[in-house]
Write a protein that binds this ligand. Structure first.
Ligand code: GCB
Length: 571
């Protein structure tokens, strides 16, 4: 799948705007009507906060979204969704156009036959934010909480994770036109000696011209694919200090004229694990940064470009060099910023808190599919330095996790490695599972999330520090790099105390500083990510005051005391 773009050969029309929405289980595939049950909805944007006053804040289930668009001329006409949260079926002019794939990832539908050029067409998408029971992130219902004997764990909306299950079309949707002869996909490999190899697949055409910076190569297409290589002279390597990017262009040639073109920017860099070190361009690198969320007031998970500008400015201000896309693939625009700003990304698949009592073969297949689609989307990204295959599986400390997950991880890590042997693989381990997590055996980087000093040892930083050191020492015996992907404390901005007190800005800053000093000094530790960059909305639960307050910035991006402390530590 090619990222939507406009040039002499292809056109991408952004369908963002105010659409109409209707909630419910009926069938509105040929049009949602215009009665009292339909509402305005801005796309991209989640329905929850936008339509809270109409009663849809906590809506989990289907909603029907509709827009009308003008269909320009173009031999092939495609609809390209950045994502649908979490699943969508689409109709164009009342006829089925297709469905989404793995949640939080793009999908493309060929609507050439459904939408004649030179006319308006109607698009209806049935979007649901309900998860399947056997998915890599599993559905939970109110009744499940009770059946599991966990009444105090009830969340509204019911979820197995600690962020809000926003629904809707949260990323841009484009109408893309191309010629019938068109580029279909490509795979870039770079080497730090300046070699850039590209494998291209196309429909039609006779040859490919590859241009990277000043270097050009041409080659024939054989059975729809071609492999080309160029070499850059005096290559400037990409790194957080100097995120040099080169323009890369792939042209599809038919006879002697170009019929398609795709462009992107790439950096030349190498990422490698050696012993307990993570090496970027052959030098050890310490990861300093955050787990984030796609979350902002009113838009929910909807793409918010001003927020991206702000967040990347704040990452620089605080001295961070990396982010994990906790707990799902982010919008492609996020990776554009990361490539340009030199932010290293641990790209996480949407798999959270897998409960191994409910894992089946269907779960494994869906998990593999999600990894496949994630790697397909992001493999050409310079900023992506590792794949995270799951967050906190076995989080209920269910005995089934240790008994059964070995074969699951074996299959999953093998699958990911076969798709991309060039990047290290990891997963984020939960404290309840401990340091003998069966997934560690397969991971290239041993990653842990730890809340000593918060959920355990509350308010006791000395005990928290000893517990963290014990964990790191135990993990270091594996001889692999150890990474702390989450640590942190909630702080209500403006809450203060003179002694160690949960929820105060002082305690959050002190806990983060205590952890950072241990992480920084530990020989096996390649760095840490504070949980979280900013306060974020989560489902209603007795442990949360509307938001998860572990942000070092508020949801509006004002700094808490911990932000200043980190700036001091990291810059
Ligand atoms: C975790 C989860 C994260 C939560 C965080 C917390 O371990 O990975 O999703 O938000 O803890 O604040 O409890």
């Amino acid at each position: 799948m090619i990222r939507p773009q406009t040039n002499a050969h292809r056109q991408a029309i952004d369908l963002s705007g105010v659409w109409r929405i209707r909630f419910g289980d009926g069938d509105w595939s040929s049009g949602i009507g215009s009665d009292d049950h339909t509402y305005d909805i801005a796309v991209p944007g989640s329905w929850n906060e936008q339509l809270a006053e109409c009663g849809f804040m906590n809506h989990v289930g289907p909603a029907w979204l509709e827009t009308r668009f003008f269909v320009p001329h173009g031999e092939r006409r495609l609809l390209r969704f950045g994502s649908a949260d979490y699943f969508a079926d689409v109709w164009v002019n009342g006829r089925p156009a297709g469905s989404s794939g793995a949640p939080m990832l793009p999908f493309e539908l060929d609507i050439t036959e459904l939408a004649p050029p030179g006319e308006f067409a109607t698009l209806v998408a049935r979007v649901t934010n309900e998860l399947p029971v056997e998915g890599p992130t599993q559905r939970v219902t109110r009744d499940d909480y009770l059946a599991e004997g966990r009444p105090r764990d009830e969340y509204l909306p019911a979820v197995r994770f600690d962020f809000f299950p926003y629904g809707g079309l949260n990323r841009p949707i484009h109408l893309v036109t191309t010629a019938v002869s068109a580029l279909l996909r490509y795979r870039i490999e770079t080497r730090i000696d300046g070699r850039v190899a590209v494998r291209v697949e196309a429909n039609g055409g006779t040859g490919i011209r590859l241009t990277v910076g000043e270097a050009v190569a041409e080659g024939p297409l054989v059975e729809g694919s071609a492999e080309l290589q160029v070499r850059l002279n005096d290559v400037r390597l990409w790194s957080p200090q100097s995120p040099a990017l080169y323009p890369l262009a792939i042209e599809l040639i038919e006879g002697d004229r170009p019929v398609d073109l795709v462009e992107q920017k790439i950096g030349i860099r190498e990422i490698r694990v050696e012993g307990a070190k993570l090496l970027l361009n052959g030098e050890p690198i310490e990861l300093k940064g955050f787990g984030k969320h796609e979350d902002s007031p009113i838009r929910g998970r909807g793409l918010d470009l001003p927020l991206l500008v702000k967040d990347f400015g704040l990452l620089r201000w605080i001295g961070a060099n990396s982010v994990r896309t906790s707990h799902y693939p982010y919008a492609e625009e996020f990776y554009d910023f990361a490539d340009r700003h030199g932010i290293l990304v641990i790209d996480e698949v949407f798999s959270i808190n897998l409960d191994f009592r409910r894992v089946t073969d269907v779960t494994l297949e869906a998990h593999k599919q999600a990894i496949c689609e994630l790697i397909e989307r992001d493999r050409n990204r310079t900023c992506v330095i590792a794949w995270s295959l799951a967050n906190e599986p076995g989080y209920l400390a269910e005995p089934e996790y240790k008994e059964r997950s070995g074969a699951y991880w074996n299959a999953l890590f093998d699958h990911a490695r076969s798709l991309d042997p060039s990047r290290p693989l990891t997963h984020a381990n939960v404290g309840y599972v401990g340091t003998d997590d069966p997934a560690f055996e397969h991971a290239d980087i041993v990653t842990i999330n730890r809340y000593h000093g918060w959920y355990s040892e509350p308010g006791q930083l000395d005990r928290a520090a000893s517990a963290l050191t014990r964990d790191l020492d135990a993990l270091a015996r594996q001889g692999k790099p150890v990474f702390v992907a989450e640590f942190g404390a909630d702080a209500l901005a403006g809450q203060h105390a003179t002694c160690d007190q949960l929820f105060t800005e002082e305690y959050q800053a002190d806990l983060i500083e205590t952890y950072w000093n241990i992480i920084h000094e530990h020989p096996a530790c390649i760095g840490g990510h504070v949980w979280n960059f900013a306060d974020f909305r989560t489902a209603q639960h007795g442990r949360r005051v509307v938001y998860n307050l572990k942000g070092v910035f508020t949801r509006n991006r004002d700094p808490k005391r911990a932000a200043w402390a980190l700036r001091e530590l990291w810059r």
